[in-house]
Design a binder for this molecule. Structure first.
Ligand code: SAM
Ligand code: SF4
Length: 471
C-alpha cells in the first residue's frame, strides 16, 4: 500500500496530487473544464480562509467562475448574527436545485456556522444533497475531504473538530487581489464578550510565530503585494503562548522591515489591550497606515461590564483622546451594538455621547442578535423590538453626521492612494484607497490598477470622495 504522509502540509499535498488526476478525468467526462465558486459570508478572517480554499481547488484543477452554477460550490459561513444563518439556509436550497441539473456538481459547507451542533443536525436532516461539511479548525483539510468523498460511497461527509492547537501553513492560496493581502497573526479568541459566539466557533487564541508571519509577508512582497493587513480577532493580545516572547508592537516593527511592503494595516485591536508601545510604533513607522478600528460596542460602563468588555466609558474616551493626540491623521472606526439586553435610554445616550466625542470616521452598527450558547442568551431583560429599531435609526444618523464631518476635513487635499480596480457601481471610474482606508473614485486607465498615485479629493460624499488623478 502506498505511503500517505501523516504530517501537514505534506499530507494535503499528497491528496492534491491524487485529486489532480481524478478531476482531470471528470473534466474529460464532462467535456469541459470543471469550475468552482466560493461564497464568503462574514469577516475578513473568512475572506482569508476562502482564499486558502480557492488555492486548493485551483491546485487540483478547478477554474474560478462568478456564479453558483459551478461544479464545486463552497459556502464559507458566518454565525455572528442570526441573519447570517438565515441567509445561508435560504441559499442552500437553491444549490440543491442546481445539483439536480449537474451530475458533476459537489457542494461543501464550512466556516463558523458549521461549528454549531444544531446547524449540522439540520443539514443532515434537511439538506442531504450537501456533499461535505467541515468547520473552522480543519479548513486546511479540504483536499483530503474531497478525496475521501470521491473515493467512498458516503452520501454526506461531515468532519467537525471541537478545537485544535495546530496551525497548518504553506498550503496554496488564490488571492483576490495581486497587490494586497491579509496575513493571519492569531486564530481564535479568549475574550468571551458575553454577546459573542466567536470564541465558541473559532476556539482558543493561538498566535503564529513571528518568523512565519514575516516569511509570509516577504513571500507576498516577492509576488508583488505592497499592502498587507494583519488579521486576528484581538490582534493586540498577539504573542500569548509563544515560546520566544514577541509583543504586537514588536511584530509590527518586524513586518515593517519587510522590503517591498509599503502599507501595513491591522484588524481588529481590542480597546483593553491598546498599549502605548503600539501607539509609539505607529508614530515612528511610516508604513503603518493611520487607521485604527476600535470596537466600542457600547458607551455605557454598566453595559460594557455586562458585555465583559473590560473597559469603561471613560477609559475608552481617554484612549481615543490619546490616539488622536499622538496620531493626528488617524482615521478611527468602530463597531457598536444596539439593544443589548438591559440597555436603557440612558445607556444608549452614553453610546451617542461617545460617538459624538470620538468623531468616528465610520461606524458599523449592529442590532443585538441573541446567539445560543453565549452568556447573554440567558439574559431575560430583552429590549423591545420597536425601541431597538428607534435607537438604531437615531444612532445611524449621528454616526453619519460624524463621519461626514471627518471626511470633509480632507476635501481639496491631494493624497496618495493605492488604485484597487474599477468602481463596481460606475465602471467608468477607478477606485483608490487612501492610507486611512477611505475610498476615492476617479477617472483613469486600467494600467493604474495596483499602483500608488496621487489623487485630489474634489468632493466628499460622506463615506467616500470623488477625485481627480494628479499624474
Ligand atoms: N474581535 C472583534 C472585536 O473585538 O470587536 C470583532 C469580532 S465580531 C466578528 C465583529 C462585530 O460583530 C463585533 O465587534 C460586534 O460589534 C458584532 N457582534 C458580535 N456578536 C454580535 C451579536 N451577538 N449581535 C450583534 N452584533 C454582534
Ligand atoms: Fe467576539 Fe469579543 Fe472576541 Fe471580538 S473580542 S471576537 S467581540 S469575544
Amino acid at each position: 500500500m502506498e505511503f500517505i504522509p501523516n504530517t501537514e502540509p505534506e499530507r494535503q499535498y499528497y491528496f492534491m496530487d491524487r485529486l489532480q488526476d481524478m478531476i482531470k478525468e471528470e473534466s474529460q467526462k464532462a467535456g469541459r473544464p470543471l469550475t468552482y465558486f466560493i461564497q464568503t459570508f462574514g469577516c475578513q478572517m473568512n475572506a482569508k480562509d476562502s482564499e486558502k480554499l480557492a488555492g486548493v481547488l485551483e491546485e487540483i484543477g478547478y477554474v474560478p467562475v462568478e456564479s453558483e452554477e459551478a461544479d464545486f460550490v463552497i459556502y464559507n459561513t458566518c454565525t455572528v448574527r442570526e441573519n447570517a444563518n438565515t441567509r445561508v439556509y435560504g441559499r442552500i436550497g437553491y444549490l440543491g436545485t442546481l445539483k439536480e441539473k449537474n451530475p458533476f456538481m459537489k457542494i461543501a459547507l464550512c466556516g463558523c456556522m458549521m461549528q454549531e451542533a444544531h446547524v449540522v443536525e439540520k443539514i443532515k436532516k434537511s439538506y442531504r444533497f450537501v456533499d461535505i461539511v467541515f468547520g473552522t479548525h480543519n479548513i486546511f483539510k479540504l483536499a483530503e475531504l474531497i478525496y475521501e468523498k470521491m473515493t467512498s460511497d458516503r452520501k454526506q461527509l461531515i468532519d467537525i473538530w471541537d478545537g485544535t492547537t495546530e496551525i497548518v501553513e504553506d498550503l496554496p492560496s488564490a488571492r483576490k487581489f495581486d497587490f494586497k493581502a491579509g496575513v493571519n497573526i492569531t486564530y481564535g479568541c479568549d475574550n468571551f464578550c458575553t454577546f459573542c459566539i466567536v470564541p465558541y466557533v473559532r476556539g482558543r487564541e493561538r498566535s503564529r510565530k513571528p518568523e512565519d508571519i514575516v516569511k509570509e509577508a516577504a513571500s507576498l512582497a516577492s509576488q508583488g503585494v505592497v499592502e498587507i493587513m494583519l488579521l486576528g480577532q484581538n490582534v493586540n493580545s498577539y504573542g500569548k503562548g509563544l515560546k520566544e516572547p514577541c509583543s504586537f508592537a514588536q511584530l509590527l516593527e518586524k513586518v515593517c522591515r519587510v522590503e517591498g511592503i509599503k502599507r501595513v494595516r491591522f484588524m481588529t485591536p481590542h480597546p483593553k489591550d491598546f498599549s502605548d508601545d503600539v501607539i509609539e510604533v505607529m508614530k515612528k513607522e511610516p508604513k503603518i497606515c493611520p487607521q485604527v478600528h476600535l470596537p466600542l460596542q457600547s458607551g455605557s460602563t454598566a453595559l460594557l461590564k455586562r458585555m465583559n468588555r473590560r473597559y469603561t466609558k471613560e477609559q475608552y474616551l481617554t484612549l481615543v483622546e490619546k490616539i488622536r493626540r499622538e496620531l493626528p491623521h488617524v482615521s478611527l472606526t468602530t463597531d457598536i451594538i444596539v439593544g443589548f439586553p438591559g440597555e436603557t435610554e440612558e445607556d444608549f445616550l452614553d453610546t451617542v455621547d461617545v460617538v459624538k466625542k470620538s468623531g468616528f470616521d465610520s461606524a458599523f452598527t449592529f442590532i443585538y442578535s441573541k446567539r445560543t450558547g453565549t452568556p447573554a442568551a440567558k439574559f431575560s431583560d430583552e429590549v423591545p423590538e420597536d425601541v431597538v429599531k428607534d435607537r438604531f435609526d437615531r444612532l445611524l444618523k449621528v454616526c453619519r453626521e460624524e463621519a461626514e464631518k471627518q471626511a470633509e476635513k480632507l476635501t481639496g487635499k491631494t493624497v496618495e492612494v493605492l488604485v484597487e480596480g474599477r468602481d463596481e457601481v460606475n465602471n467608468e471610474m477607478l477606485t483608490g484607497r487612501l492610507s486611512n482606508n477611505l475610498l476615492v473614485h476617479f477617472e483613469g486607465c486600467d494600467n493604474l490598477i495596483g499602483q500608488f498615485i496621487n489623487v485630489r479629493l474634489d468632493q466628499c460624499k460622506g463615506f467616500y470622495y470623488i477625485g481627480t488623478a494628479v499624474l
